[in-house]
Design a protein around this ligand. Structure first.
Ligand code: NDP
Length: 296
């Protein structure tokens, strides 16, 4: 029987587990506060931000909403970030990506106070993660670690193939998995669009993390019997539905399920975990942002 790893259930456990931390902070007179900054008209980005706000409300995190006209000068965004950095009642800052072309994304990432960088994308936080003493783990790979742990998947000694090398998923995933820690200690191969014979690599893997953004590109033929499959992809494909599309992952679920011992679905797998780990990081930011986040 293939285990379908239920991201919604694990994310609900994570949210419930945050209640203790939030109560302790409340005793000290602190309400964790996440500021989101949106500089986009894109409906998908707007939906992501509003989902983050409702997640915050559910667990007792204050969410503040900052919207900047996408046509406004980049300096308006930088000034907003500077204000939020200086505001002691704001613990976490999330600038929703993607940004308009005239805004320098790297400057935005550098400008956020690393102690409020709940996405974990500031170069200092990236460096700390690589060096093995992370402050904020990026939400998607951190959520995947938690999902694997919840499904009793041992990464220690496992051969893991990560398909994708983005700064937000692939690279931090690989970095977390090679750390000397209970949720790491894996041997990791990182694949990308220039990788030759991807199928040979995925077939040799105990765990495949698919984060390429290519609909259903990994199928059962590319997997070994009994492997674990984590599907990060969220791809809109045309479909005969009310909205005219449906969401599919990077994995062909039906054929992969025939081979895998455990697999995450799309939706309902990695997505809810990403959202839960943003809350986690915000609570950490409100408590002890400087603590090394190596929870096992
Ligand atoms: P990016 O587009 O930034 O990166 C995609 C990576 O996949 C690149 O490294 C690219 O290689 C590689 N790639 C593309 N095509 C192939 C291929 N045919 N074979 C092997 N590698 C390939 O995407 P993200 O990392 O931001 O996101 C990946 C997917 O995950 C998307 O579907 C996204 O929507 C989803 N996502 C889901 C989240 C969640 O919470 N579930 C959170 C974040 C993202 P190269 O570097 O050579 O171009």
């Amino acid at each position: 029987m293939t285990e379908i790893i239920d991201g919604n259930a694990v994310a609900a456990e994570i949210r419930a587990g945050l209640a203790d931390g939030i109560a302790t902070l409340a005793d000290a007179g602190v309400t964790p506060c996440l500021a989101t900054v949106l500089m986009s008209d894109d409906p998908a980005s707007q939906t992501y931000v509003s989902m983050k706000h409702s997640d915050c409300e559910e667990v007792g995190i204050e969410a503040r909403d900052y919207e900047i006209d996408p046509e406004a000068p980049a300096d308006d965004l930088y000034a907003t970030i500077d204000d939020l950095n200086a505001d002691p009642s704001v613990h976490g800052i999330l600038v929703q990506m993607p940004l308009p072309d005239h805004v320098d994304e790297r400057e935005v990432l550098r400008r956020i106070d690393p102690a409020k960088d709940v996405d974990g994308f500031h170069p200092e936080n990236v460096g700390r993660l690589v060096a093995g003493h992370p402050r904020f783990k990026p939400c998607t790979p951190h959520g995947i670690q938690k999902l694997l742990a919840a499904a009793d998947v041992e990464t220690e000694g496992a051969d893991v193939v990560v398909v994708g090398r983005s700064n937000i998923v692939g690279k931090p995933m690989a970095n977390l998995l090679i750390q000397k820690s209970k949720l790491g200690n894996a041997t990791v191969t990182v694949c990308h669009s220039r990788t030759t014979d991807l199928a040979a690599k995925t077939r040799a893997a105990d765990v495949v993390v698919a984060a390429a953004g290519v609909p259903e590109m990994i199928d059962g033929e590319m997997l070994s019997e009994g492997c674990v499959v984590v599907d990060v992809g969220i791809n809109r494909v045309e479909a005969d539905t009310e909205k005219g599309y449906e969401l599919v992952g990077d994995v062909d679920f039906e054929s992969a399920k025939e081979k895998a011992s455990a697999i995450t679905p799309v939706p309902g797998g990695v997505g809810p975990m990403t959202r839960a780990m943003l809350l986690w990081n915000t609570v950490k930011a409100a408590g002890d942002a400087e603590a090394v986040d190596v929870e096992l």
